[in-house]
Design a protein around this ligand. Sequence first.
Ligand code: NZQ
Ligand code: ZN
Length: 388
Amino acid sequence: MKNFTYYNPTKIIFGREAEKKVGTETKKYSNKVLLHYGGSSIKKYGLYDKVIKSLKEQSIEIFELAGVQPNPRLGLVYEGIRICRENNINFILAVGGGSVIDSAKAIAAGVKYPGDVWELYVSAEKNFAEILPIGVILTIPAAGSEGSDSTVITKEEGMLKRYCGHQDMRPKFSILNPELTFTLPAEQTIYGISDILAHLMERYFTRVENVDLTDRLLEGTMKSIIKNAYLVTKTPDNYDVRAEIMWCGTVAHNGLLDTGRIGDWGSHDIEHELSGIYDIAHGAGLSVIFPAWMKYVYKTDIKRFAQFASRVWGIDSYLNEEEFMALEGIRMLENFYKDIGLPVKLSQIKIGSDRFEEMAAKCVQKGLVGKFVELDSKDIIEIYKLAL
Ligand code: NZQ
Ligand code: ZN
């Protein structure tokens, strides 16, 4: 196990009607707030009115910035920074999913930053200025941004999707009411599940040895998300099922399951080029890329892949044929994706091979990709080909 420091100060407020507490929680930080959200969903399903009521009960002055799109864009981040600077706003409330939260984090990092906030996403040297505090009401379990220290933004010019992270980006509080996720369209629910499972697998495939506790926590969380994925497709209005999925999503990505180990993250980098260029859902890209990545790298550590097959998918170890088990695990993962309606091939998301070289070149701009296996652009092209 590696040395580590684990610090996660985000207060989680979980359960039915939890969003009613947003006013009192926000008031602890500010009397003035930028309320940041996406498209029509929060108004259509009544959450917007509840948030406004709760903030007004605490006499909090509200400025609004709507319009965050999936794969959030830099242009709206600049707009948010401008509004905050002009009105001396020092707290941002994100109501939505990963895209809204990531946009809020970018605004929070940009308001006091003297240069162009995009530099924090692309420069090797990152000199963060003070980051404004943010709060969250989560409406889709997926990205885990409600508990993470990172943000992913797409620059419109070149559709470049990039990540940046800082401890102070962790939300001060995140409100998680599983009831708010009943309104999710079926495809958004499964894209979210795909992302949650991917966050667990990125961490699971490590070269660090003697990480038994986190191995087993990851395996348990994977088993829970898989079980509840099947349940939610049959019973989308079941509170307990939605609650398990929501909590899995936060636990999968808030850093606890990283402790003492180094995750891979190659599949995420390879996927970000897809969702950057083609503007597809991140979860749909991941269910296509992850099995292809696995087929390309499993021989690096067949034992770990055999353990994944045995402990997560129940492939019998008495077969005593590790390579066979490893491949069975990958097959089980693909079957799971298909069962719940996720794509497993690029053709299913209408992507051909014409931009593989461009995406691979962009992907390695900052160096080799992945930690379980370090991949160069040729490797990445092979992975895209395996996903065809
Ligand atoms: O815009 P509205 O109308 O709200 O609709 C949204 C959006 O179209 C809809 N939605 C959300 N909650 C809903 C709802 N519809 C009905 N009822 C509800 N309760 O869902 C759509 C997708 O929302 P989005 O925020 O884009 O989804 P998600 O949470 O999957 O976020 C994806 C983004 O997060 C990034 C991804 O790359 C992608 O850009 N990630 C961020 C990470 C982080 N910051 O730690 C890590 C992840 O690996 C990921 O890369
Ligand atoms: Zn992800």
